[in-house]
Each structure stands twice: as structure tokens, then as C-alpha cells.
Design a protein around this ligand. Structure first.
Ligand code: NAD
Length: 479
């Protein structure tokens, strides 16, 4: 596998100054390479290059030509899918087969989808109640969009942020997570190869300090951010200095609710994958599993069996479903939640231990099922972002809706029931941006994904993403 060029990429030029940080393979603990964190001058250069491209070739290009270039980029991504998947897998340890099918596939799909919107996304004629006039509304690009993302599915975020931002006519500065930078670097090379003008897509490497410098930059028009609630708060605070608009995709502590009339043959797989997919490093993980007490024992037994049956292994192995956690530090953090849960009276029914053998060099952790935790304990209230599910019994619909909503977060939720009315009634009452019924985790690229409350306000995918990356302009014409 060829590693992409090792440095920030500004208008196609490699910038290698800056303090080096390691790129670690979480499956082995080995350092793959080192990359430079962009100093202030490189951040300025990236925003400047994006601004220039927006005011120059990219900004003045016809929408049809822009569409052609995005289609060419989608084709380039498709041609290099395997390479992107291998880089992502090496970087964040997500199993190769899953990266291929999920994250990298989503990138190509988003590029094609948003390219397709270019000749369909329209403004509107505004109805008037008086006067002889014409009033119309157009949507305009913000200019320079900064796209900052988390480590778990980096290619997917390139699709969910860069694709709509470009389709809407913006230029972009991408700041990937320092824990998963490689796919963005290869993507930027593909942008050049596909013929996008220099400066249209730039990649700036580094962590929170580099992200902060971008967010605080006065020439940035819009920020698309995916990350934790803590980082999101800081991003909002920094962006407030210039009142730069921000769209936030933050964390969650999503409830997955199993009613007594659910088809239990489907629930165990849905609940296990809902909580443990990506080794629990999924924003929408169904980490609070509410189960009606009539079916509690059955669900717990099948969930435990499903958790233990999920193949944990090296990411390159095609049979692996669960890879490692991202870092040694993160694994210790997840283990800390389990230890404290037990200390406060909960029980870990299975998992939570480290596998040995060929996996002992990486940051693996077996999926853990926790019972007996109270609603107020941290294992139930805090986002763990690891393979931990808390099982919580309930008696009534009214009670479970209240408890499910008693969270600062509101990203996603699941409902398992055969009662059609209950499914829609509960879906309506849950405080979440995305609700699944009798399944968990599927997000079509045509549907808007995002949260409410402290899970953020962004909507990725669908037409709504184009609204996120454009601003309204109204023109009133006296006739
Ligand atoms: P993180 O918040 O540590 O980092 C995310 C990104 O923000 C990184 O690129 C990081 O360098 C950058 N960053 C951190 N502090 C910053 C600051 N002050 N200014 C600018 N940039 C800053 O998150 P993570 O550990 O990479 O990812 C896990 C978190 O992301 C979880 O909370 C998870 O739920 C959330 N997430 C949300 C979604 C969603 O769509 N809602 C998707 C994936 C992950």
C-alpha cells in the first residue's frame, strides 16, 4: 500500500513544516508514519487558497462544469476505493470489509448524489400579499467551509461534508482527526487528479489546536463539525468571535427500546450491532438498551450470546466484525467506565476484557453487556464511545419515553415493536434526530442525519445538507 504524501495539502502543494505526530495502527500499536501538525502559517495559507479558488476558477465556474468535476471525482474515488479502504483500516482499525462497504462506499455515493443535486437544487419565488413586485430567494455558497471530523469513519465524513459543500459552490479546508488523517490526504490527491482547480479542497493536518485556529479564522464562512460534545462546545465558543455559522454533529447516548411484543428473533442482532458496531465507536450507538421486563431475561440471554458471537479480530481479516479501539488511552477510558460501574453496584455480564494472542498488541476490548446500573450512573448518562451497552428494564410506554428522553443528548433512537400505532406514537415523542423502528443503524444517504439537544443541529445527507452549506438571499424587485 502506498501512503499518501505526508503533510498538509494546500492548493495541491505539500506543506511539511510543523511538529510531527505519530500515525499509529491501533490493531498492532505500531507507528505507520509521522505527520506534521500545521502551524499557523499553513492554516492561513489553506484558508487563503480556498478563498482564492472560491473567488477565482471554482467560484466562477458554471454549475454544469462543477457537476462534471464532482462526477469525475466520484469516479476517481470509485477507482481507488480499495486503496482508500486500506488506508482507513490501517489508520483507525475499523475492519477492512466494513470500511469498504460503509465508509468508503458512502464517500463515493455522497459525491454522486450531491453532484446530482447541482441541476435540481433551486431557490423559490416568494409569494407576496400586496404591491406590484417580484420577490425571489436564492441559495448562495458561504465561501470557505471548514470541515472538521472525528476518527471513526473519516471517508464517510469527506462525503457528508465536502460533497454537499462543493456541490453548493463552496471551497473547503478539511481538518481530519489526527487519529485518522490518511484517507483525507489521498482524497485531496484524487481531487487534483480529477481536475478540481487548485485550492478547491485543501487538507490541514493536526489536532485540536489546529482545528481551533481554523475555527477562529476570520475568513472562514462556515464550519461543519463532527466530534464530541466537549469539542463542539469549544468550537461554538471560538466561532462566536466572528459569528461564523457552525453545524454540529456531536455525540449521543441513544436509547434502543424493546417492547414486549417485539419480534425477539430480530432484536438480539439489532441490539448487539446497534451498540457494538465499529466497536462502539459510533455516534449513534444504541448504548442504552431499554427492555420491557416481560422479555428481559430472554433479551439479555440472546444479547449476551450475540455479543460473544461477534467476531473480534485483526481488521484485515475478512471475517472480523469488531476491530480495536482507536488508542491505548481510549481503551483505558472505556475500561474505567466498566470498573466504576461495577464499583457502584452494576454487573458486567460478559466482555470488557482484553483478548490475548495475536490481538494482544492492539487496543482490543471484548463487547460488554452491563446490567443493574441506575439511570443516573455515568455508564447510563455518559457517552462512552466504546463497546459497552447498559441494559435497563422498564414497565410502561409512558415510563420508558420519559427515561429515554432524560438525556442531554438526542441523536438517535430505536424502537422494537409489532404495534404500528405504538411505533409511530413513540417515534413522535422521542427527542432524537433519527429514529429506527424494528432495525438499528441504517442511514440512507437520501435521509437527513443529525441530532437535537446537545447532539448538535447539523443535518447530513439529503437536500437538507445543501441547505446547511448555503445561505439564503432574497431579492425584491419593484415592477
Ligand atoms: P473529538 O471531539 O475529540 O475530535 C473531533 C475533531 O475535532 C478532531 O478532528 C479534533 O482534532 C477536532 N477538535 C477537537 N477540539 C477542537 C477544537 N477546540 N477546535 C477545533 N477542532 C477541534 O472527537 P473524536 O474522539 O474524534 O470522535 C468521537 C466523538 O465524535 C464522539 O463524541 C462521537 O459521538 C462524535 N461523533 C459524532 C458523529 C455525528 O454524526 N453526530 C459522528 C461521529 C462521531
Amino acid at each position: 500500500m502506498r501512503l499518501p504524501m505526508g503533510g498538509s495539502l494546500i492548493a495541491g502543494t505539500l506543506r511539511q513544516e510543523g511538529e510531527m505526530f505519530p500515525v499509529e495502527n491501533p490493531a498492532t500499536g505500531e507507528v505507520t508514519c509521522e505527520l506534521p501538525a500545521a502551524p499557523g502559517g499553513v492554516v492561513d495559507a489553506a484558508v487563503g487558497a480556498a478563498r482564492q479558488a472560491g473567488r477565482g476558477e471554482w467560484g466562477s465556474m458554471s454549475p454544469g462544469r462543477r457537476q462534471g468535476l464532482l462526477e469525475a471525482l466520484a469516479a476517481a474515488v470509485r477507482e481507488h476505493e480499495e486503496e482508500l479502504a486500506e488506508l482507513e483500516c490501517l489508520d483507525n482499525g475499523v475492519p477492512l470489509a466494513i470500511v469498504r462497504r460503509f465508509s468508503v462506499a458512502a464517500l463515493g455515493r455522497s459525491l454522486r448524489y450531491f453532484a446530482g443535486w447541482i441541476d435540481k437544487f433551486a431557490g423559490e419565488v416568494v409569494p407576496l400579499t400586496g404591491g406590484s413586485a417580484l420577490d425571489y430567494l436564492t441559495r448562495e455558497p458561504y465561501g470557505v467551509v471548514v470541515a472538521i471530523s472525528a476518527y471513526n469513519t473519516p471517508s464517510l465524513y469527506l462525503g457528508s461534508k465536502v460533497a454537499p459543500a462543493l456541490a453548493a459552490g463552496n471551497t473547503v479546508v478539511v481538518k481530519p482527526s489526527p487519529l485518522a488523517s490518511l484517507p483525507a490526504l489521498r482524497f485531496a490527491e484524487l481531487c487534483t487528479e480529477a481536475g478540481l482547480p487548485a485550492g478547491t479542497v485543501n487538507v490541514v493536518l493536526g489536532g485540536a489546536a489546529v482545528g481551533s485556529a481554523l475555527v477562529a479564522h476570520p475568513d472562514v464562512g462556515k464550519i461543519g463539525f463532527t466530534g464530541s460534545r466537549t469539542s463542539g462546545r469549544e468550537v461554538s465558543r471560538l466561532a462566536a468571535e466572528h459569528l461564523t455559522p457552525v453545524s454540529l454533529e456531536l455525540g449521543g447516548k441513544s436509547p434502543n427500546i424493546v417492547f414486549a411484543d417485539a419480534d425477539l428473533s430480530q432484536v438480539s442482532a439489532g441490539a448487539a450491532l446497534g451498540a457494538f458496531a465499529l466497536t462502539g465507536q459510533a455516534c449513534a450507538a444504541g448504548s442504552r438498551l431499554f427492555v420491557h421486563e416481560d422479555v428481559l431475561d430472554t433479551v439479555i440471554a440472546s444479547l449476551e450470546a450475540a455479543a460473544q458471537a461477534l467476531p473480534l479480530g485483526l481488521p484485515q481479516d475478512p471475517t472480523t466484525v469488531l476491530g480495536p479501539l482507536i488508542s491505548a488511552e481510549h481503551r483505558e477510558r472505556v475500561e474505567g467506565f466498566l470498573t466504576r460501574a461495577v464499583d457502584s453496584g452494576a454487573e458486567v455480564l460478559c466482555g470488557g476484557d482484553r483478548p490475548g494472542g495475536e490481538l494482544s498488541g492492539g487496543y482490543f476490548l471484548r463487547p460488554a453487556v452491563v446490567v443493574g446500573a441506575t439511570d443516573r450512573s455515568e455508564v447510563v448518562t455518559e457517552e462512552i464511545f466504546g463497546p459497552v451497552v447498559a441494559v435497563l428494564p422498564f414497565r410502561s410506554e409512558e415510563e420508558v419515553v420519559g427515561r429515554a428522553n432524560a438525556s442531554a443528548y438526542g441523536l438517535a433512537a430505536g424502537i422494537w415493536t409489532r404495534d404500528l400505532s405504538r411505533a409511530h406514537r413513540v417515534a413522535r415523542r422521542l427527542e432524537a434526530g433519527f429514529v429506527w423502528v424494528n432495525t438499528y443503524g441504517t442511514v440512507p444517504h437520501t435521509a437527513p442525519f443529525g441530532g437535537v439537544k446537545q447532539s448538535g443541529d447539523a443535518r447530513e445527507g439529503s437536500r437538507l445538507a445543501l441547505e446547511d452549506y448555503t445561505r439564503a438571499k432574497n431579492v425584491y424587485v419593484q415592477l
